[in-house]
Write a protein that binds this ligand. Structure first.
Ligand code: SF4
Ligand code: SF4
Length: 132
């Protein structure tokens, strides 16, 4: 019976990878730079949001609920509500930001989040003034 020398030796070629630069990142020590304009989490300028619910109406994934704002930020917000995003449903299409009359709702670069509890994917967008 002939021995398949090539088949026997080919696994040894993996040793060569020990001396190559890795193609992976040692996250979280090393983080990939997020490109400018990347569609990440929503932010909302609550001092400008008028509670009109345009963002909720346009969302085809029904990812937005209007939630009562217990700490009113804008006297012109007559509904007293602000949007909450369900990141289990959102597809980051950004239609909600397109139809926001005061342009208060935007997508930020921040995009990394992990949790095993699905309820923790309901997010109130951070207030713009708290992150700038
Ligand atoms: S980005 Fe698109 S899917 Fe996500 S909440 Fe806005 S409209 Fe809905
Ligand atoms: S975020 Fe914009 S579209 Fe949504 S309720 Fe506020 S003002 Fe209206």
């Amino acid at each position: 019976m002939a021995i398949d020398i090539k088949g026997v030796l080919s696994p040894l070629s993996a040793i060569g990878t020990l001396f190559k630069h890795p193609n992976t990142l040692t996250y979280p020590e090393t983080k990939r730079e997020i490109p400018k304009g990347y569609r990440g989490f929503h932010i909302n300028d609550l001092e400008a949001c008028i509670g009109c619910a345009n963002c909720q109406d346009v969302c085809m994934n029904e990812a937005i609920d209007m939630i009562h704002d217990d700490n009113p930020h804008n006297p012109k917000n007559t509904s007293g509500c602000i949007p909450r995003i369900d990141y289990g449903r959102c597809c980051w299409c950004s239609l909600c930001t397109d139809v926001c009359p005061p342009h208060s709702l935007k997508l930020d670069n921040e995009c990394i989040y992990a949790d095993a509890d699905p309820d923790n994917f309901l997010f109130m967008p951070k207030n713009k003034k708290d992150i700038s």
